[in-house]
Structure formats: structure tokens, C-alpha cells
Design a protein around this ligand. Sequence first.
Ligand code: AMP
Ligand code: MG
Length: 526
Amino acid sequence: MPMHLPTFSQRYLQELPGDKLTTPAARQVHGALWSRVLPTRVPNPRLLAYSQPLANELGIDRALMGEASTAAVLGGNALWPGMAPYAANYGGHQFGNWAGQLGDGRAIVLGELLRADGERFEVQLKGAGPTAYSRAGDGRAVLRSSIREFLCSEAMFHLGVPTTRALSLVATGEDVVRDMFYDGNAMAEPGAIVCRIAPSFLRFGNFELPTSRGDIELLQKLGAFTLRHWFAHLGEPSKAAYAAWFREVAERTARLMAQWQAVGFVHGVMNTDNLSILGLTIDYGPYGWIDDFDLGWTPNTTDARQRRYAFGNQPAIGLWNIERLGLAILPLLDDDETALDEGLQAFQQTYAAEASQRFAAKIGLIFSSAHGDGALLQDLFTWLGGAETDMTRFFRALSSVVTLPAAPTAVPAVLAAASYAPISAAREESCVAWLQRWWQRTRAENRTPEQIAQAMNATNPWFVLRNWVAQEVIDAAHAGDLSKLHTALTVLQQPFQEQPAHTAWAEKRPEWARSKPGCSALSCSS
Ligand code: AMP
Ligand code: MG
């Protein structure tokens, strides 16, 4: 019986201007938002893993995922009917500087999957070979970074953080040469391709590029397309609709920043080409998860000196990026800077409210300034940052302290266990003082301690995909063992659930991981 294949639409290609050329030769592309390009063949596409929950959501059945012909499509060697591959043209600010045209240098959109209910999802291969935008790059991706993107996309989704998704991880059977530490030691590594899914992969940089070239007509076309398809609730394109749109993108980005902070996710490369117009987490490169609560921490070695994208800077950088977007779309706002200012203010207000609410929830509270919750949180951050304390373990353990019959008079063992070194007497004292204040405050909530504990456990994850866990999966995969990859994929699907069989992965960072490459810090080489 012939397998039921998904249906595809091509709105981006049909409604927006494209490049006349179709070769993958690197070039500057003017007056066009996309360039057709076919994925480059790979020797032996092999499906290593896929996300069953996402396949279900897309309406792709299990039998189809198991077909060799599907691995060929997800590895870039074949197309399903209706697919029309292209690379998108965009620019961006990288590390604070305008970088000009960037574009999909190793991502190729295969098409827009049209689900039976009318919902659409862009299907994109990352690592599928060169495009017009590859510049000096090879258009490929290595297995290690593909495992990281595949797993973290799904981990974020299950944590409830807006994100692009990852359908599949395919090994290409071909080596890719990378200088992992940019130190002159290039090595051949196995290549892979991740199939990413999102309603749209549009980035801030897609809007910046036309404006930077004075091509306002192209900007208007892209603006109208974006509004009609993704923000239809704001009405037909007009100055007012664009102002409302800018405010909404600012608010979505602010909420995303609050969610990253609340789960301890550090993106690592918040360039404007890596910020989604839909407020999704996009482009998982040298990201990392906070082990000890350190606002100055960055996983990205390329940013080790400047620390522009460090944990504590993410909200401010989100705002900086929103300002870049606002300046890029000023022509759509009739150059009215008040609309720009309103968007920036909306970002700040939304971030403040969302972060307060999310961090209060982490300590079991409905945020109340009347109760002094702002100061309570601030004092906790100060204490956490005072000596190495594991963020995830600490917050998770608090739910078993909230149910104690009286305010603690010593640091409970579950909390002490979140510390990376023995707690000093002075820190013990300040911790107990804070715990007493907090425990008393929880008694002013209109909920039982058990209800509070339950709510805390639904907001403080038991499992996050720490770099050293991802590295264990990668090391095993390099040795031919995919069992850890498959285990990780199931563990991350229930991050709020304690999973006794996998406690080793929910522990604080082990000492060996402190300095091991890939576990503490990563470069952009991927
Ligand atoms: P990223 O830092 O991954 O967001 O990438 C920044 C830009 O470099 C984007 O335009 C990417 O498409 C491009 N790029 C990154 N790696 C490669 C590669 N191996 N080959 C071609 N282009 C790449
Ligand atoms: Mg990128």
C-alpha cells in the first residue's frame, strides 16, 4: 500500500521575490528574499533518532518515519512531491556589529508542510550543503553539534519554552572537517543533518538586510507577508498594524528572555540573525545550561572576553536586538520613532512582569510587591551568586522545604546538596535568615504547602540538558553507541518528572566536567 505523504505549500516562494540564479555559488543577492537550491547528496543517510511527539503533531505516521525513502528526504538525497527547496536571504548584527548579508549558509527549507487542519510548518534541513549564502563555509554540520541542536530543541519544547523543533537526526556517512577550538587543529568528524520545524524561520535579520540596502519596497513586501500570515489578528498592513506588530514581537521576545532566565538557559550567540520574529528560541549552537548560578557565565569561548551574551546579559541583549529590529522597520512605521519607543517600553514592562512572575513561581509565590517579593528574590540571587550553587538543584529542592511544618533553623540537607563546596558559616547564617523570611511568606499564599510544592515542581525542572550530559551522549554516539541518545530523548520529554532510573543525569555538574571540552565551554565551530 502506498504510504501517505505530507502535503506541501510554497507561500514564501510564490508570494515574495526570489533570486534568478539557482546555483550554490557564494554571492551577494539583491532585490530577493530567497534563492532556490537543492540539498547536496550525501553517501549514506541513516536516521539516528527522531521525535515521535513531533512526528505525531505533524501527522507523519510511524511507518513512514521508518522508511529508507524518508531517511533519504531527511538527509537531503530526495524530495517528497510538492517540496521546493530554497535558502533564505538575511543579514544581521553579529556581536554588536552590522555584518551585512548572511543568509541560510547551511540551512535549506524543503517546503511548508500543510497539515490536514490547515496549520503550516516550515521543514528545514540544517547541514544539507552549500547555498548562495555559504560564503567560505561548506554548508555542512558535524554530528556533535547536530545532536546538541536535535536534543535541545525538543528539551526546550517539553520545558514549555517557545522554540523551533527538531524532527530528525540523520547521519550523512560523510566526514566534515572542523577546527573545534580554532587553534589550528582541524579534524575530520562525522557529519549529520537535523530536520528543523517551525511555523516560520524568519529572523530579525531578514528585515534588517533590505533596509540596510535602502530596498524599502522589498522590506514592505516582507512586512506585509509576515503580517498576513503570522500576525493576521493585527489587521491589514498599515502603520498602526506595524506598530502593533513591533510591540508584539517585543513582548514575545521579552517573555522568551524571562523563560530562558527562569530555566537557566544561555543561548550563547544572540546575534540578530539568531532571533526569531515569532519569539522562538532558534539556532542552537554553543548554548549551555547554568550549573552554578553565575550571571557572568557564557558557554561560548568566542565570547569569553567580552561576555556580551552571558547569562545575566540576555534580557538587555534581547532589548538591544529589538531596537535593531525597530530601526530596520522604521520605514513601515512612517519613520515615527514614538512607535519604536513604545515597543522598547513594552519589552521592558513585559520582561519585568514576566521575570517577576516566573521567578516568584520558582519559589512558590504569586508575585506580590506589597509582600516585598522583589527584595526577597533579589536577596536570593545575591546568596546564590555568592558561592557556587547549582541553580536547577537548588530550586527543585525548595519544594521539599516549603512543606516543612516550621521555618528551617538550619540549611536543610537537600539544599546543602545543591552547593558545589561546603557552605561557610556566614553563608549558612544568611541562608537560614532568607529561608525563614521565605517560609513565612509562603504562609501568606492562599494555598496549602502541598499545593505550593506541587506547583513548584511543575515549574522547577528536575532535568535540564546540561552540557556534560549532551557530551556523554555525543561521546557514546561517536563510539557507535546510540543508546544514550535515545535515553536522553525520552528523559527530556518529562523534565518536571523525577526519573529515578536516570538520577545520574539530574545531578550537579561532576568535577570532571568542569574543564572537559564541550562540557564547560564551546566554540562556534559546528
Ligand atoms: P550561526 O553563528 O550558526 O548563526 O551562523 C552565522 C552565519 O554563518 C549564518 O549565515 C550561517 O548560515 C553561516 N554558517 C555557519 N556555519 C556554516 C557552514 N558550515 N557553512 C556555511 N555557512 C555557515
Ligand atoms: Mg544562525
